[in-house]
Design a protein around this ligand. Structure first.
Ligand SMILES: *[C@@H]1O[C@H](CO)[C@@H](O)[C@H](O)[C@H]1NC(C)=O
Ligand SMILES: *[C@@H]1O[C@H](CO)[C@@H](O)[C@H](O)[C@H]1NC(C)=O
Ligand SMILES: *[C@@H]1O[C@H](CO)[C@@H](O)[C@H](O)[C@H]1NC(C)=O
Ligand SMILES: *[C@@H]1O[C@H](CO)[C@@H](O)[C@H](O)[C@H]1NC(C)=O
Ligand SMILES: *[C@@H]1O[C@H](CO)[C@@H](O)[C@H](O)[C@H]1NC(C)=O
Ligand SMILES: *[C@@H]1O[C@H](CO)[C@@H](O)[C@H](O)[C@H]1NC(C)=O
Ligand SMILES: *[C@@H]1O[C@H](CO)[C@@H](O)[C@H](O)[C@H]1NC(C)=O
Ligand SMILES: *[C@@H]1O[C@H](CO)[C@@H](O)[C@H](O)[C@H]1NC(C)=O
Ligand SMILES: *[C@@H]1O[C@H](CO)[C@@H](O)[C@H](O)[C@H]1NC(C)=O
Length: 504
């Protein structure tokens, strides 16, 4: 796996110019920039995008009020940095061919919006399409890439979501799509401004094969909708591979299961984007939203809040604000979880759906995370055996039982310290205490004060949940998981720093 990945990165690096590899005295080969084509996106982007909750009803005050609320509620300091304006912002091109904002929606111009967002310590995202029109039928960027990149850069834009509508038939093979999306990649690069490039091409033409060399993230499926698992004819594919029609109205479980086959392709610098979060929009219950958020974090998908922050309930704020779960997403390992098994179960729900699965992921610090998903219609006892959890270590070519099977593992429940409704309400009404790097809170974390990478190194309390038991050598972790819920656990070698601290 590591060798394969290294080979991929060398090929990747060869695509961009002026990169000289060198060797350290210890013999490690260092390829500058190899982990990201433009230096951005070593971990997935976090932020807010207006589309899922507001569609085309955008304006300056919506963006600025939302940005301020994100800062006030502690979301900015949990890493939700990008405020992304989606479609329907423009009024067309001026006589010189440059895009102009709608003056009623944006009376002070786009640069003003960017300046205000920057003043809050946040970043500003913009939207266009790699077609002659955007999906909302405003002018698109196809044929105008450099002019549009230049105008975005002049406004102070930090991020471009780049859609796939009205592409004039320029799709159908990876090469055609690559070339079309690469024009904007080059145009953004030419501006000299670091701009996160978020391809929104719905998984068309296998972007998981090629997008990481020209973009920081790429959509791997048709659009999400606010349903846990309702099948919808407009989202006809169950797999990302070979999907001829990505469509839209894809459920949380549909998108998650599409990730299973392609998880190895998500990596530092170029993340598979499972689409914006629906938490708070009303179509799922609390357990389902917890599952949605947990798995998007585990799979290193971008975490873009997709609801109205100004009317966020304490319960939903508590989901978006779980630092122990966000820490999975922002882990420097920057990888995707592996689906170890998936079974159909008898207790189907109202849509005739019923499945259970086990997902695992290795983290940078040697911990392993497991997610037991109960997609059945009733509470059940679920089992994760050490053999399944550490399957890949056993099949890595050594033909020996995995060394991990000899260890005892402390098991930490990553949802045990979810903010209480009272604590979340205090964040919303502005009476919650400030969090610093020395706070040692179990429920809250400030990534502005200390990055997730640093906090993970320092075993920051809020990033590790609560120890709820141990997994014996070659043992089985067993948990009661309610209907449409997920048990999310971090496994740490027993006797590690955290355990000692707990026992003090
Ligand atoms: C801005 O947009 C929001 C959300 O769609 C809307 O509620 C508000 O009335 C709009 N404000 C202005 C000044 O148009
Ligand atoms: C068109 O917009 C660009 C970028 O904002 C600006 O520099 C240029 O002066 C405008 N041209 C006209 C004719 O208004
Ligand atoms: C442009 O691309 C080069 C080569 O990949 C990279 O080193 C540089 O950081 C990029 N610049 C911007 C502004 O994206
Ligand atoms: C599934 O569970 C829900 C909630 O417990 C219940 O209302 C519903 O009748 C069940 N559906 C089926 C098909 O059994
Ligand atoms: C987990 O193991 C317990 C005890 O062996 C068993 O009763 C239960 O059915 C198992 N759960 C599943 C989902 O297989
Ligand atoms: C803020 O919310 C907390 C928690 O619900 C509550 O105890 C407190 O009275 C509220 N304060 C104000 C000023 O509304
Ligand atoms: C996080 O820390 C920064 C200073 O590093 C501080 O300005 C900010 O208010 C803190 N945020 C919260 C939510 O406590
Ligand atoms: C964090 O915990 C690990 C064990 O999991 C330990 O090796 C390391 O020394 C600890 N780091 C700090 C800074 O306490
Ligand atoms: C931090 O909090 C944890 C859990 O509440 C506690 O076990 C630990 O002793 C605390 N550490 C410090 C340095 O206060």
């Amino acid at each position: 796996m590591m060798l394969k990945r290294l080979r991929c990165l060398i090929v990747n690096a060869a695509l961009s110019v002026q990169i000289a590899a060198y060797m350290t005295p210890e013999g490690n080969v260092v390829i500058p920039g190899a982990s990201s084509y433009n230096g951005l996106g070593l971990v997935p982007q976090m932020g807010w995008d207006n589309w899922n909750s507001f569609g085309c009803n955008v304006n300056e005050s919506l963006l600025l009020q939302t940005a301020k609320a994100m800062a006030d509620y502690g979301l900015r300091d949990l890493g939700y940095n990008y405020v992304v304006l989606d479609d329907c912002w423009s009024q067309g091109r001026n006589s010189s061919g440059y895009l102009v904002e709608n003056p009623i929606k944006f009376p002070n111009g786009m640069k003003h919006v960017a300046d205000q967002i920057h003043a809050l310590g946040m970043k500003f995202g913009m939207y266009s399409s790699a077609g002659i029109l955007t999906c909302g039928r405003y002018p698109g960027s196809l044929g105008y890439e450099q002019k549009d990149a230049d105008v975005f850069a002049s406004w102070g834009v930090d991020y471009l979501k780049y859609d796939n509508c009205f592409n004039m038939g320029q799709s159908g093979t990876p090469k055609i799509s690559f070339d079309r999306y690469n024009v904007m990649s080059q145009a953004l690069n030419k501006t000299g401004r670091p701009i996160w490039y978020s391809m929104c091409n719905w998984g068309d033409d296998n972007p998981f094969d090629w997008a990481y060399s020209i973009a920081n993230s790429y959509r791997m499926s048709g659009d999400i909708y606010d349903s846990f698992n309702r099948p919808d004819s407009r989202c006809p594919c169950d797999e990302a591979i070979g999907c001829q029609w990505p469509g839209f109205h894809c459920s949380v479980m549909n998108i998650l299961n599409k990730m299973a086959a392609i998880q190895a392709r998500t990596m530092s610098g170029g993340f598979a984007d499972m689409d914006m979060l629906e938490v708070g929009n009303g179509g799922q219950d609390d357990n389902e939203y917890v599952t949605h958020f947990s798995l998007w974090a585990l799979m290193s998908s971008p975490l873009l809040i997709g609801t109205n922050v100004l009317t966020l309930t304490p319960a939903n704020l508590a989901i978006y604000s779980n630092p122990a779960v966000i820490a999975l997403n922002q882990d420097p390992s920057a990888g995707g979880g592996i689906r170890k098994w998936r079974y159909s179960v008898e207790d189907k729900d109202e849509f005739g759906q019923g499945e259970i699965s086990l997902w695992t992921r290795q983290m940078q610090n040697g911990d392993t995370v497991i997610a037991l998903i109960n997609g059945g219609n009733s509470t059940r006892t679920m089992n994760a055996t050490a053999k399944d959890i550490f399957l890949d270590q056993a099949t890595a070519g050594t033909f020996m039982p995995a060394a991990e099977l000899k260890e005892t593992w402390d098991v930490y429940d990553l949802w045990a310290n979810r903010l209480s409704t009272t604590e979340a309400a205090a964040l919303i009404n502005g009476t919650a205490p400030t969090i610093t790097s020395a706070s040692n809170s179990t429920t809250r974390y400030n990534a502005t004060a200390m990055s997730f990478e640093k906090g993970l190194q320092n075993n920051a309390t809020a990033l590790f949940g609560t120890r709820v038991g141990t997994l014996a050598p070659s043992g089985t972790w067993t948990a009661q998981i309610p209907r449409h819920s997920t048990g999310l656990y971090r496994l740490r070698k027993a006797g590690s720093g955290l355990r000692k601290r707990d026992e003090l």
